[in-house]
Design a protein around this ligand. Structure first.
Ligand SMILES: [Fe+2]
Length: 369
């Protein structure tokens, strides 16, 4: 399957992933043929891209973050939770439901213990906060699992990650969705969300204290340059150090009103560049081991000019997937596969992702804010 931007979808393409409405109803099944009249509807729903079947990749499997249904369930759960928090309703009765969703995610994550994930997320633009929260929870738990955490720790980490941005409820949507660059003042306001989120939940006894610490600390940076308290190194809880990496990664790959998302490999480069300064090196190492820089379906260009599609990723080899070569010297050829882990391909690297027309702007704001 191939990721196709909404502006490029055409009549007759066949969906490789279902399309959902914002309340989680499945509107179009996997395998459905796109008709002209569906296209504006998909855009209206807020999708930035859809997944389309591709005969060149028919035999290819994707190691999704988690299954789509469970993802929807989690999105609905966090939506509900945020609504309750916003209305100052106690989470006493909600925590069990959240726990059950997190447990399902954990099972899913543990099931794929020795694999690497292909991020092929379809976030709905207007539901960014909820999708982002769920993604950050899942990815954090994957990193936590790689670091050998027990299931209770994974639960606390997952819960903190799921709620990390709850303080954004206090920030006006005009600022959160602003298309241009934030003014100094607006940015200062955004920066209050971690403290505000913590204040909102600090008295809720059913929420473990380490989960609350994640809310407070997820914008602290390893070198002490973060906020709200400028904590550094091991003074930042390890859960918060994990969430900070994952949060920045997911934010960078997402389309935002003020910029388009970058491809995972670019976001990864940014994270790797910050290892040891902005981010905990050890956490970055585990992240890099578990998340594919070039998800299955990515169109890539190799340093020898050959072009192809990524068809499989391997744990610990984030940059060296198996690639189906489809073009040489710009000409279509009979496709064949190469495995970049093999020593004979030592000198072959991926230099470009073809779909990456994304601009690199506002990176620094994400790094600190
Ligand atoms: Fe945040």
């Amino acid at each position: 399957m191939r990721r196709v931007h909404v502006e490029d979808i055409e009549n007759g393409m066949v969906l490789a992933r279902p399309v959902y409405s914002s309340n989680g109803t499945r509107l179009l099944q996997e395998g459905a043929t796109l008709k002209e009249k569906y296209i504006p509807k998909i855009k209206e729903l807020g999708y930035n891209a859809v997944y389309i079947q591709d005969e060149l990749l028919e035999d290819v499997e994707v190691n999704d973050l988690i299954n789509e249904e469970l993802k929807r369930e989690a999105v609905e759960e966090i939506k509900d939770t945020f609504k309750k928090v916003d209305n100052k309703v106690s989470l006493e009765n909600q925590v069990d439901d959240i726990k059950s969703v997190l447990n399902k995610i954990m099972e899913d994550v543990l099931d794929r213990k020795n694999s690497i994930v292909d991020i092929i997320d379809m976030k709905m633009y207007n539901e960014y906060l909820f999708h982002h929260s769920v993604n950050v929870a899942i990815l954090s738990m994957i990193v936590g699992m790689s670091m050998g955490f027990n299931s209770y720790d994974l639960y606390k980490l997952g819960l903190g990650a799921l709620l990390h941005d709850v303080g954004k409820l206090e920030i006006s949507n005009d600022i959160l969705n602003k298309e241009g660059k934030l003014t100094e003042e607006e940015y200062e306001q955004v920066k209050t969300h971690s403290q505000q989120g913590y204040e909102k939940l600090k008295d809720q006894e059913q929420i473990p204290s380490t989960a609350k610490i994640v809310i407070l600390q997820h914008h602290e940076r390893y070198n002490g340059e973060g906020y709200p308290n400028g904590k550094a190194g091991e003074d930042i809880h390890v859960f918060s150090r994990i969430v900070s990496v994952v949060d920045v990664f997911d934010a960078l790959i997402s389309d935002r009103p003020y910029r388009k998302g970058v491809v995972p490999s670019e976001a990864m480069e940014y994270i790797l560049g910050g290892a040891g300064s902005l981010f905990d090196k050890r956490v970055v190492g585990h992240f890099f081991k578990k998340v594919a820089a070039f998800p299955v379906g990515s169109e890539v260009v190799l340093n020898d000019g050959r072009q192809g599609l990524v068809i499989e990723n391997f744990e610990s080899y984030s940059l060296r997937p198996r690639v189906r070569i489809i073009k040489e010297k710009g000409q279509d050829i009979q496709p064949y596969d190469i495995d970049l882990r093999e020593t004979k391909y030592n000198k072959v690297t991926i230099v470009k992702v073809a779909e990456g027309e994304a601009e690199q702007s506002n990176f620094s704001q994400e790094a600190t804010g």
